[in-house]
Design a protein around this ligand. Sequence first.
Ligand code: GRG
Length: 291
Amino acid sequence: MSFNEKFNYYRETFEAFAEEYFSKTDEWDLTLTEAVKYSFFAGGKRIRPVLMLSVSDLLGVSFGKVLPFALALECIHTYSLIHDDLPAMDNDDYRRGRLTSHKVFGEAEAILAGDALLNLAFSILADECVKNPFDKTARAMQIIADNAGISGMIKGQSLDISSEKKNIADEKILYEIEENKTAKMIISAVTVPAILAGKDEDIFKSFGLKLGIQFQIVDDILDVTGNKASLGKSTGKDEQSGKLTYVSLFGLDRAKERAEEIRSECKKILKKTDNCDFLKDFVDYLSSRVN
Ligand code: GRG
């Protein structure tokens, strides 16, 4: 299978599982259910579930076992996008090619849709712990919680907002933002299968960190060079709001060079693992988004 075929296979496997899961949620309040599904099925790339399924394939973890974790992670990711788009945060009108949740359902409903997705994630993970009361399941849930929370994505978002407000231009803080806001969720995607398989997490953790930083720098570059039609969201926002990004600190050319350097660093880490062609191609796929 080519990289694209495999990517689509993982993506469709995830999509079918998510659709089946959400089809059983009709008893929920109608407007809120609609708001939750509107964002969840808005056509995101599903990068985190795809990565989780590919590492599971690599390590021999069954999809049946890992899919609830992928669903929980994508619920957390979707909630973070809904909240990030709110007027109190990035104040965006478009996401995933359509109007943002608060533009369609109003702010209160958008906040609740995000809250519902976050709680749903932990409900799904708790169900897994109840069904499989083993250390590995609880440890996988712990990693997802820590990486999404106050020592992870939320910390990164908070640093991002405060650096913007205080006009901070500091490389150390930039790295902390990239690491926490973006990379920690990617780290969860690639380490959960290793935990479930009882394999060494460290290689996947360091790969996830590098890949996440590459992902964020590519996102910063696309905010300058990309367009709304292909990205599905407004561009030029970082400069407008005075955001601290790799591009704002070092310029576009250096950001492109750095993305290339990190691409090689990701590949170097993968040399320590067998049969990881899909992950190597994934690194190239990320880079290709800006080339
Ligand atoms: C609100 C707690 C809280 C956190 C928000 C996700 C986020 C943190 C901010 C969004 C802005 C941003 C640039 C985040 C970095 C991660 C990133 C590039 C997210 C977009 O992820 P994609 O490209 O989106 O995977 P799709 O729509 O494809 O799922």
